[in-house]
Write a protein that binds this ligand. Structure first.
Ligand code: G6P
Length: 475
């Protein structure tokens, strides 16, 4: 961004860095582990691009800074905006509404007002730093009004939007008092990307019904001659990076150490999730607990490791869930555990990528059972780490990943008995059968990584017809 202006701009609720405070109180930044930054970092570097996002602390203003060749532009949020825009409208209205209302969404007008205000702030920042004709890529449900706000400020820009979570069925979306504004906000983009084709169709149908624009297949025709394309781009992971990590001697040794410290049980089952009510943690723990109680699994043979990463800890539904899971784990271990033999190892903590890779390698059965999930990258990470073609994946049919990972042991997480049967099937399968399944899943994951996802989206964004320009602009 030598000229002070960027040719490529990413806008996301969070900056792709975490703040680390050293022992003497000085702070540094460390790149966050997510796949999105892995994919976009090279593009940002090449283009002298910038990433606009919140730095995670309330009430603090920071100047733009550079980190490992990326220009980072922090957006401040006041304490009240964190409560109303982030914890409120984003995570207690939109998040549950978009995830099949598995928790009841709350509708509050002050939260909406804060959402509008903060979206406007993000749009203004982008308008200020984007070069003429730049490409701007807006990410996720926290920022659905940004595309139109930005287009009003800067009609020259090429704007993409990607929704990382599900887009709900029309019947549920209609509950939202601000449904029309959200649809109109998204229509500021040239290309709106979703995880699944069904989500793109939901969006197109709602635009036709609620906003009244003409649509044909995946295209919306706006009165000013502009078109908006809505398509599916299933997101992925840095697959080669995970495999490489899983192959290191340190990770291999750590995986053996993990099994050893559990008493070398015959079967290790693993769940790794953000502690979120969409993830189906209760259902999976109940299924496992019943298998032990009923004697289908022996407490000496089977251990379930559940890692639950702390998340959105001040939001009511998350506080309730945390207590609920604590109680459930306590009950299972209390009822069926023995001295030195706890069936569930529950870890409420986040771990670095190396430890995750070791856990993936240590697990015979990976259990991913969300009630609704846009994609679920943990399922793909497990597959990427199992280059040994060992291990089995039990996967909810309500995760976006299920349509790609067809060889997983697929389950309906609401059906506890069905889930118990599938867990046993995965545990007792002939290793050759599990190797066959893993091979098929690995082909899918290793070939369709996050770089390909970003390249596909950006290529399409560049190709979208611009009614005002003779030639498409280069990305
Ligand atoms: C999901 C969302 C992301 C979000 C992440 C972590 O993956 O799609 O937009 O950043 O959860 O949640 P948090 O609220 O901590 O940013």
């Amino acid at each position: 961004m030598a000229s002070g202006l960027a040719e490529f701009v990413v806008i996301a609720n969070r900056l792709p860095v975490d703040r680390i405070t050293g022992p003497d109180g000085e702070t540094t930044w460390r790149k966050s582990p997510g796949g999105l930054v892995t994919a976009l970092e090279p593009v940002i570097r090449r283009k002298g691009g910038a990433w606009i996002g919140w730095h995670g602390a309330a009430g603090e203003k920071l100047r733009p800074f550079e980190h490992e060749g990326m220009n980072l532009v922090p957006v401040p949020l006041s304490e009240e905006e964190v409560e109303e825009y982030y914890e409120g409208f984003s995570n207690a209205t939109l998040w549950p509404l978009y995830h099949d209302v598995v928790a009841p969404p709350e509708f509050h007008r002050e939260w909406w007002d804060a959402y509008v205000r903060v979206n406007q702030r993000f749009a203004q920042k982008a308008a200020k730093i984007a070069k003429k004709n730049a490409v701007v890529w807006v990410q996720d449900y926290q920022l659905q009004l940004v595309p139109t706000m930005l287009r009003e400020l800067r009609p020259d820009l090429r704007i993409g939007f990607f929704l990382h979570i599900p887009f709900p069925p029309t019947e549920l979306f209609q509950q939202l008092p601000w449904r029309r504004q959200i649809l109109e906000g998204l229509l500021g983009a040239d290309l709106v990307g979703f995880q699944m084709p069904g989500a793109a169709q939901n969006f197109i149908r709602l635009v036709r019904q609620r906003v009244g624009h003409k649509t044909h297949r995946d295209t919306v025709y706006l009165p000013d001659g502009r078109t908006v394309l809505a398509q599916a781009y299933p997101i992925s992971i840095d697959a080669a990076g995970f495999e490489e990590l899983a192959r290191t001697p340190e990770v291999i040794a750590r995986a053996a150490e993990i099994r050893e410290s559990l008493g070398n049980p015959k079967v290790v089952l693993l769940g790794i999730d953000r502690l979120d009510y969409t993830k189906g943690l209760r259902q999976r723990l109940r299924a496992f607990g019943e298998l032990i109680t009923e004697g289908a699994l022996d407490v000496d043979d089977a251990v379930f490791i559940q890692v639950a990463t702390p998340s959105r800890e001040r939001v009511g539904q998350y506080i309730l869930l945390r207590d609920d899971i604590n109680r459930l784990v306590g009950r299972i271990n209390g009822d069926v555990g023995r001295i030195g033999q706890q069936p569930v190892t529950y870890l409420h903590a986040s771990y670095p990528r190396e430890e995750m890779a070791a856990l993936y390698r240590a697990a015979d059965v990976m259990v991913v059972t969300p009630l609704r999930d846009g994609m679920n990258l943990v399922a793909k990470e497990y597959v990427a780490c199992r280059y040994d073609e060992k291990g089995a994946l039990v996967l909810s049919e309500f995760a976006g990943a299920a349509s790609e990972l067809k060889s997983a042991y697929q389950v309906n997480p609401h059906d506890i008995n069905g889930m118990k049967q599938m867990l046993l099937a995965a545990i007792n399968a002939d290793p050759r059968e599990n190797a066959r399944r893993m091979k098929a899943m690995r082909r899918q994951v290793m070939e369709n990584d996050i770089d390909l996802w970003a390249a596909n989206f950006l290529r399409e964004l560049n190709a979208v017809r611009d009614p005002h320009a003779k030639n498409p602009r280069p990305v």
